[in-house]
Design a protein around this ligand. Structure first.
Ligand code: BTN
Length: 260
């Protein structure tokens, strides 16, 4: 079971994770975070469950995680405006990737839009959900799943999923890993607020395919030709160069990037 006291003793953030909701079992931490009333869902609130019975992933998929072995949690943010949210989600992915890398010999990469990969296999993923009041963004829920101590995956996932433990043959304190992630995430959140270009540069360096020729799938259709992937710009739009050396940007489309 997650040791909430050990977590609190190690937490050294200024605000992120201070308002903490822990559950042995929950449907989905994202769903719970969304259901909280305004008074409970303070900026930086953390919802963590040892077991999710209805863990949700991107594209309406399920998120599978062996109870008690991994990190499955959601953070509640009040970023004020709905601008540049892509960058904010990537900033949190970067925080997770940084913490993974400290434990690993291999690098942890970001796969557009929200996956974290090590040695070509998925170790974690993010599911960001925005709650609007009319046209105003009320709060943002960033749900994070990180495979930590899980030793095996179902046959569906086996070829494409990994965990810190599989990669290093070690076991990890989930409590300490989480405090490290929150420290990094709080730092990157500050850079995001300041519109610091260093954040964009750090994200781009970690994006799989950055600076290479790739194929694009846009809203479910493969786009003809090959494109040089130039990463994200300061607004969070995805930037590519086509073979005629024209620059295209994509902001709202569902995009997938494939190596050529
Ligand atoms: C993905 O890669 O598809 C995103 C996975 C996100 C999973 C996390 S686990 C905690 C939070 N609660 C959920 O139901 N989903 C996210």
């Amino acid at each position: 079971m997650f040791d909430t006291q050990l977590f609190k003793d190690n937490l050294n953030t200024s605000w992120l994770g201070h308002n903490f909701f822990y559950f042995e079992e929950l449907g989905s931490t994202n769903t719970y975070a969304k259901s909280l009333n305004k008074a409970d869902s303070l900026q930086g609130s953390l919802v963590l469950a040892d077991k999710q019975s209805k863990g949700r992933g991107q594209y309406e998929r399920n998120w599978e995680s062996v109870p008690g072995e991994n990190l499955t949690f959601s953070l509640i943010l009040e970023p004020g405006s709905a601008d540049r949210l892509t960058i904010l989600t990537l900033a949190f992915s970067l925080a997770v990737a940084d913490v993974c890398e400290v434990q690993l010999k291999s690098s942890a990469k970001l796969k557009w839009p929200n996956d974290i990969l090590v040695e070509g296999k998925k170790i974690g993923g993010l599911l960001t959900e925005a709650i609007f009041n009319g046209s105003a963004l009320e709060r943002l829920i960033i749900g994070i799943g990180l495979n930590v101590n899980q030793k095996a995956f179902s046959s569906d996932l086996r070829d494409n999923a990994t965990s810190l433990s599989i990669l290093t043959k070690e076991d990890y304190s989930r409590e300490k890993l989480l405090t490290a992630i929150l420290t990094k995430a709080e730092f990157y959140y500050r850079l995001w607020l300041k519109k610091d270009i260093e954040l964009i540069k750090s994200i781009n360096k970690r994006l799989i395919g950055y600076g290479t020729w790739v194929k694009l799938d846009i809203n479910g259709c493969e786009k003809e030709g090959e494109f040089k992937f130039l990463g994200i710009n300061e607004n969070g739009a995805l930037v590519v160069l086509n073979k005629d050396l024209e620059v295209d940007t994509f902001s709202y489309e569902q995009i997938r990037i494939y190596p050529v």
